[in-house]
Design a protein around this ligand. Structure first.
Ligand code: MF3
Ligand code: CO
Ligand code: CO
Length: 257
């Protein structure tokens, strides 16, 4: 699978990216206290049909899991750091924070994006967590230009997050994307500038800082659903993700309206 995408493939990523941004916006407007994470998944499936895209996470079997993923998106609430599986008995409450992370296919090309949003109104610390994580993504994306190295993205994200007193989760990372849900290279959210693979025009990356209020340590729910990842100290976590194409002119975010 080519890590350099063609102009035709990039054009499809642009269209798919806009649709994913639209879906996440629709889902964000739907989130409110009293609904379940399964309700969000049901609505996400309705939206994929409405917009004519493939819910590629449904049935996707990542290396780390024992069984294929059973939903169209991951819904990670509060101290669930990533890969929360939507459930009928998980009811959102006022003040929660929820990460919606979705990957879709459009005419064979795959885009990946995520947002963390409050349920109703949340507290000041959670608001700061979301703001810092959103900005860390923007700062990482700026480094995604030809001639830089992956470590430049990683380092910029880590420095920004730690300067605000939060911690970067090291057990999960960003990745190449486009032909598959996960492609080479891995894009850690910590590391040394000037290290790692060289970034080239035509690369497509899913950049996704994952940030905890407390310590970086996480627990994998192997005895539970086999997907959910929790913060070890129970602190809240946030994640923002965009699919980014490296162009001659610099990084281009495709998963935005
Ligand atoms: N969208 C997720 C990511 O950013 C993919 C999760 S894989 C799943 O990499 F199987 F957990 F859904
Ligand atoms: Co994602
Ligand atoms: Co991703």
């Amino acid at each position: 699978m080519a890590l350099i995408k063609t102009e035709e493939e990039i054009e499809l990523l642009r269209i798919g990216g806009k649709i994913l941004a639209r879906i996440l916006k629709d889902l964000a407007e739907y989130v409110k206290p009293g609904i379940s994470t399964e309700d969000i998944n049901d609505y996400a499936l309705t939206l994929t049909e409405k917009y004519g895209v493939e819910p590629v996470l449904l049935g996707y079997h990542p290396e780390f899991a024992d069984y294929p993923y059973p939903a169209a998106l991951c819904t990670s609430v509060n101290d669930t750091v990533q890969h929360g599986v939507p459930r009928a008995d998980e009811i959102l409450e006022e003040g929660d924070v929820i990460n919606l992370d979705m990957t879709i296919g459009y005419q064979g090309m795959i885009v990946d994006s995520g947002i963390t949003i409050p349920v109703g109104k949340t507290d000041e610390q959670s608001t700061k967590l979301m703001n810092v994580t959103r900005e860390a993504l923007a700062i990482g994306i700026k480094q995604a230009k030809a001639g830089n190295r992956i470590g430049d993205i990683s380092h910029a994200i880590e420095m920004f997050v730690t300067s605000h007193g939060f911690s970067v989760v090291e057990a999960l990372c960003g990745h190449g994307v486009g032909h598959a849900v996960h492609e080479e290279p891995q894009i850690p959210n910590f590391g040394r500038a000037g290290t790692g693979p060289l970034i080239k025009v035509g690369n497509v990356f899913a950049i996704e800082p994952i940030v905890n209020v407390g310590k970086k340590d996480v627990i994998f729910d192997d005895e539970g659903d086999g997907y959910s990842v929790f913060s070890k100290d129970g602190s809240r976590s946030a994640h923002f993700e965009h699919t980014v194409v490296v162009t001659e002119k610099g990084p281009e975010i495709v998963t935005k309206l």
